[in-house]
Write a protein that binds this ligand. Structure first.
Ligand code: 13P
Length: 249
């Protein structure tokens, strides 16, 4: 899977144009799932723009309640039927907005109750990597998600994205070895706890120049792409790298 997290970028018309450009370049892709995650206000228009295509549509976040007095929040009921999937636990929500592991778990469970696929983002900060606790942090974040799920989620229903915080938007990508090590650990950890692991993506400064070597790693099943997902030609090159890596397995 290659998923483009547009974050808080583009107006609605710009987002529709971007979705059309991605559709033109990647819409016929069958070997790799390609997803776009525009801002909430774009979802309806982008759904129309990519209707009847293989592209998946995702939201960047969701609240855990069904409805009620939660000003500004968006419930899974509102996006089920519109989106195929939703991202929870992105580091920008954890670190800029103070979301906890427990809240991320509640979001995961709420999204699953509505049949949405879920991308769960996990990853350590620079200081956590420096003090040797990267893997412990990732385990803690994943364990909170499993604890919130009523039963172990099927590997088809979710995807984990390993995004080291120090590699996001910094141009400082994890080396393939660093990314592979943590992604392999995630797979082992989830297999031990839940019997099976979902796909594991890497995210953090993925671009046209490094996608192929990252996706060639045996435990990296694709990418969650930020900045480069706003450039359709670059995004298409990243998707093509995932197709090549998949064919070589
Ligand atoms: P960049 O690709 O811009 O580093 O962002 C990664 C990311 O946070 C995707 O969710």
């Amino acid at each position: 899977m290659v998923a483009g997290n547009w974050k808080m970028n583009t107006t609605v018309p710009e987002g529709v144009a971007l979705a059309r450009a991605v559709l033109e370049r990647c819409g016929a892709e069958t070997a790799v799932e390609v997803a776009v995650l525009p801002p909430f206000v774009h979802l309806w228009a982008v759904r129309e723009a990519i209707a009847a295509s293989r592209l998946l549509l995702g939201a960047q976040d969701v609240y855990w309640e069904e409805s009620g007095a939660f000003t500004g929040e968006v419930s899974p009921r509102m996006i089920a039927g519109l989106c195929d999937l939703v991202l929870v636990g992105h580091s920008e929500r954890r670190h800029l907005l103070g979301e906890t592991d427990e809240q991320t778990g509640r979001k995961f469970a709420a999204a699953r109750r509505h049949g949405l696929g879920v991308i769960v983002a996990v990853g350590e900060t620079a200081s956590e990597r420096d003090d040797g606790s990267a893997v412990a942090i990732v385990d803690r974040q994943l364990d909170a998600v499993l604890a919130a799920a009523h039963r172990a989620p099927s590997p088809d229903d979710w995807v984990v994205a390993y995004e080291p915080v120090w590699a996001i938007g910094t141009g400082r990508t994890a080396t393939p070895e660093q990314a592979q090590d943590v992604c392999a650990h995630i797979r082992e950890h989830l297999t031990a706890l839940a019997g099976a692991s979902p796909r594991v993506l890497y995210g953090g400064s993925v671009g046209a120049d490094n996608a192929a070597e990252l996706f060639a790693c045996p435990d990296i099943d694709g990418g969650l792409i930020g900045g480069a997902s706003l450039k359709p030609d670059v995004f298409a090159t990243i998707v093509a790298a995932a197709v090549t890596a998949g064919a070589a397995r």
